[in-house]
Design a protein around this ligand. Structure first.
Ligand code: FEO
Length: 172
């Protein structure tokens, strides 16, 4: 069994990951409506990865004898004025998620819960990658997005992203 507070923080994180999936699906819908199917594809794949993160945490709780309480998922409430807006919102969101994972890690460290720390190691690394990806998207958009040909090429590049379930999940 895990410490109650850690189990509760992990349970909350399931909701946050599912919200992330919802948020990115909303981004995908925005880009689809703008005719940028490549951008939409990139965020659809991202939404699937976020859903997977929720499932991984759910599995960890269940494997450790905890029940899971699924809470309501908040409605994404962002409105976008420019094509850059979702990219910036995505980067800010990933930084927020990193802070949440860090808080759980910090609690696990304080409780000498080395198992949960080991479990979260995968998420710490994943967050580093997700922040880098989000930042790269902004940089590329700023470089190429203002020109129609550049935007077309960037859209083609993002269309190539393929969803692949994570081969190496976190330690359970
Ligand atoms: Fe599951 Fe993008 O954090």
């Amino acid at each position: 069994m895990l410490n109650k507070k850690i189990a509760s923080m992990l349970n909350d994180q399931i909701n946050k990951e599912l919200y992330s999936a919802y948020l990115y699906l909303d981004f995908a819908d925005y880009y689809a409506a703008e005719g940028l199917d490549g951008f939409a594809n990139w965020y659809e794949v991202q939404a699937k990865e976020e859903r997977d993160h929720a499932f991984m945490i759910r599995r960890y709780l269940l494997s450790n004898g905890h029940s899971v309480v699924l809470e309501a998922i908040a409605k994404p409430d962002k409105t976008f004025k420019t094509l850059l807006d979702p990219l910036e919102a995505g980067y800010a969101h990933e930084q927020y998620v990193t802070s949440l994972i860090t808080e759980i890690y910090h609690e696990a460290f304080g409780q000498k819960d080395y198992r949960t720390m080991q479990f979260l190691d995968w998420f710490i690394k994943e967050q580093g990658e997700e922040e880098t990806n989000a930042d790269d998207m902004i940089k590329k958009f700023k470089l190429f997005g203002s020109d129609a040909k550049g935007l077309y090429a960037l859209n083609q590049e993002l269309a190539a992203r393929v969803y692949a379930p994570s081969a190496t999940g976190p330690a359970m």
